[in-house]
Design a protein around this ligand. Sequence first.
Ligand SMILES: [Mg+2]
Length: 172
Amino acid sequence: MIFEKWLMPDLVAETYLCVTPELVKKMGGKALLCDIDNTLATYDDPTPPDTLVKWIEEMQREGVSVAFVSNNSWERVRLFNKELGLVAYAKSAKPSYKNLKAAVRDLGIGREDAVLLGDQLLTDCAAGKRFGIPCIIVPPIKDRTSAFFRFKRWLEKPYMKKYYRVNGKKEI
Ligand SMILES: [Mg+2]
């Protein structure tokens, strides 16, 4: 299938907390372009949980920049990013990679220095792969149960299975 190469993450991590600055650097990254919803926080967290703030500070301390590239509204992203003041984009329409490109430009780095972190293959991973950067996927923190979301998960299933077949069942 023509889209297959867009839906194959480079790594599946158990949670974003398993993603360390060393890991990002090992993947060639100086910056992590992060999805927000269900990757770093649930839809019920209007502001970043303390654990997340600490994780971001640790990244920055170790020289890894963090940016948000979300498909959610500007209202959601602005409030979430209010205290952090990171490079942040809303309404990104991933799998479009326009805002990954914009974030990289704002960070003053090259595309080759960026790594994507997200929870969805069809939006996050596809955007990262189309942009040409390594992708880390985490299982969604708390999935929505709407028919539309269930349908998207169903579509992703064969690709996740293939990832495990190729890379083994081991997650980090
Ligand atoms: Mg998400």
